[in-house]
Design a protein around this ligand. Sequence first.
Ligand code: ATP
Ligand code: MG
Length: 332
Amino acid sequence: RPRVLSGIQPTAGSFHLGNYLGAVRQWVALQETHDAFYMVVDLHAITVPQDPEELRANTRLATAQLLAAGLDPDRCTLFVQSHVPEHAQLAWVMNCLTGFGEASRMTQFKDKSAKQGADRASVGLFTYPILQVADILLYQANEVPVGEDQRQHIELTRDLATRFNGRFGDTFTLPKPYILKETAKIYDLQDPAVKMSKSASTPKGLINLLDEPKTTAKKVKSAVTDTDTVIRYDVAEKPGVSNLLTIYSTLTGTGIPELEAKYEGKGYGALKTDLAEVMVEFVTPFRERTQQYLDDPETLDSILAKGAEKARAVAAETLAQAYERVGFLPAK
Ligand code: ATP
Ligand code: MG
């Protein structure tokens, strides 16, 4: 079975619709066909300041949401990044292989540091993509299911794997991004020019899966569209409407042409009312299942303990090989 690896940050509490449609939904599907490793990336989370108690709670909450979304610990390896020390250990080596200029070209750092104020951004935020490189290479992943915003980081992973392999001998598998075109980028409902994001969206433009369903319905109904009236998929001319159609289509399994036909001659109000209902039907059981997992922290922690054990077995082997190739003296 080919292997997949991916991660999600335990920040902001609730996952948003972009996380789900862009990434987590694919994770659930891929556990049936791939040897799948999925993690809650708490090391990545502390690239920006976190309250310790909140971080701990959010790590459990992220795990509960992944289980509620359909990850099955018998079909995939689900773990917390900091439980596997090899991530930080390989990241150091990768840091030393990366050019400063090369790291400086990562657009996500530019965006995130600009938002924080360049002086306040941490060095960790700067090297975040390199930790991500280590995350992926440790598992010899063939594919990485992520949203479009991560494409550049997968490219960096391929570059560094190639560099390491060239310098020290074949060690790492070159991964490919697994990005579904339709859901690669879900946009903010209030500003369809920017991606929906935990850290950057306006509250009204961000669909949190754990919001009250009523709030979610309200956000859908007040989504920004355009002054035209036709319901048609056209990302350039009608980004807001197209975003709603993408969401609707993916959640219901209805093709976009079918939706266009269904809403021919109808107004945006009809589309939004129906989509609000679809959303409510999706989030209501999701919230319930998440709460059930949260109510049983012992089960949650034991799932994570088993996951970490399985992950470490793979990660330790890769790290040992990489350390040996680099020229580190084995500890006896
Ligand atoms: P932040 O803004 O803090 O980076 P985020 O909203 O991007 O948070 P992450 O935990 O960084 O959330 O991302 C988890 C996964 O969700 C990644 O694979 C990412 O590509 C994907 N993702 C995030 N936002 C979107 C979006 N708007 N559309 C599609 N995929 C997305
Ligand atoms: Mg992100």
